[in-house]
Design a protein around this ligand. Structure first.
Ligand code: SF4
Length: 261
C-alpha cells in the first residue's frame, strides 16, 4: 500500500500497475528495499517520472527498518515521519492498509465536502476535520474509497449531478449559487506543461543513467540539450540523492558498473 500510494502521487493509476507489480516482485519488504542499492530502486521506478519519489521510498524503507522494527507503521503521525509521505499518503496508507479511522483528503474529496456538505469554500484544515468526522463509525477503507470514487466519477470539476448518488443530499444542488469548490484549499492547481520542461529533461537523464554510468560528454550527446542546462539539472539530481557526479563518470547512486560511454 505504501509503495502504491507513493507511486500514485501525481500519476494515473493505469500507469502505476505494471511498475508496482515489478517493484513488489523485486523488493517485497522494507528490508529488501533498504538493502538494495539506490540505483536498483531507481531502475525499478521505470518510466513513472518524478524519480525523487524512488529516493524517498528507499529512504523510507531505511527509516522503517531503523525506527519501526521493519514494519510499516499504522499511525498517520508515524507515517508522516517517513520521507516523501505527506498528509494524504499517510492517511491513505493508515486507512487502506490498517483500517485506521481517518479521512483521506485529496482534490476530489475536497470538492465533495465543499459542495455537498457545507456549500462554501473550505480551508484544508477544516476539510480534513470534516473528512475525519465522516469516517467515524464507518469502515474506514470502504468509506474513503467510496469518497474518492464519487469525486472521480461524479463530483468532478464539471459535476455530473443528475446521475450522482449524493444528489438528493447535496447542499450545493439544493441551495445553488457559485461553485464553492473553486476556491477550496483542497482543490489542486494545474500542473505546468511536461513537454520541454525540466521535469521531462530530468527523466531523460535518469533514463540514460539506468543503462549504466556515463561520462559527461557522452551523456550530453545522448540528452542533446545545452551543457549548462544538463549540468544544472545534474546538480539538482545530486542534491536529491539520486545521482553522483564523480571524477570520471555520472551514475545513479549505488551503481558501481563501469561507464558505458
Ligand atoms: S450532486 Fe453534484 S455537486 Fe453534489 S455531490 Fe453530486 S456531483 Fe457533487
Amino acid at each position: 500500500m505504501l509503495v502504491s500510494e507513493v507511486m500514485l502521487q501525481q500519476t494515473q493509476a493505469t500507469r502505476v500497475i505494471e511498475p508496482w507489480r515489478r517493484f513488489m516482485a523485486s523488493l517485497p519488504t522494507p528490508s529488501a528495499c533498504a538493502a538494495s542499492p539506490r540505483s536498483a530502486v531507481i531502475a525499478l521506478w521505470g518510466g513513472l517520472g518524478y524519480n525523487r519519489r524512488a529516493g524517498y521510498l528507499h529512504d523510507a524503507a531505511r527509516v522503517i527498518l531503523d525506527e519501526f522494527d521493519g514494519f510499516v507503521p499504522s499511525d498517520p503521525d508515524a507515517l508522516r515521519r517517513l520521507p516523501g509521505v505527506g498528509a494524504y499518503t499517510a492517511n491513505a496508507v493508515a486507512s487502506f492498509a490498517f483500517g485506521v479511522g481517518v479521512g483521506v483528503l485529496d482534490t476530489n474529496v475536497g470538492r465533495i465536502l465543499a459542495r455537498a456538505l457545507v456549500n462554501r469554500p473550505l480551508a484544508r484544515s477544516e476539510a480534513q476535520r470534516l473528512a475525519d468526522e465522516l469516517v467515524r463509525g464507518r469502515d474506514s477503507a470502504v468509506h474513503n474509497q467510496a469518497m474518492l470514487d464519487l469525486g472521480a466519477q461524479f463530483c468532478t470539476a464539471k459535476p455530473r449531478c443528475p446521475t450522482c448518488p449524493m444528489a438528493s443530499r447535496c447542499a450545493w444542488r439544493a441551495v445553488g449559487g457559485p461553485d464553492p469548490a473553486q476556491y477550496s484549499a483542497a482543490v489542486s492547481v494545474r500542473q505546468s506543461a511536461f513537454v520541454g520542461s525540466d521535469r521531462q529533461c530530468r527523466g531523460r537523464i535518469i533514463a540514460v543513467l539506468r543503462d549504466g554510468p556515463s561520462n559527461l560528454d557522452a551523456l550530453l550527446v545522448r540528452i542533446a540539450e545545452p551543457r549548462d542546462r544538463v549540468e544544472r539539472l545534474l546538480a539538482a539530481l545530486v542534491e536529491d540523492g539520486l545521482v553522483e557526479h564523480g571524477a570520471h563518470a555520472v551514475h545513479l547512486v549505488g551503481d558501481t558498473r563501469e561507464p558505458v560511454g
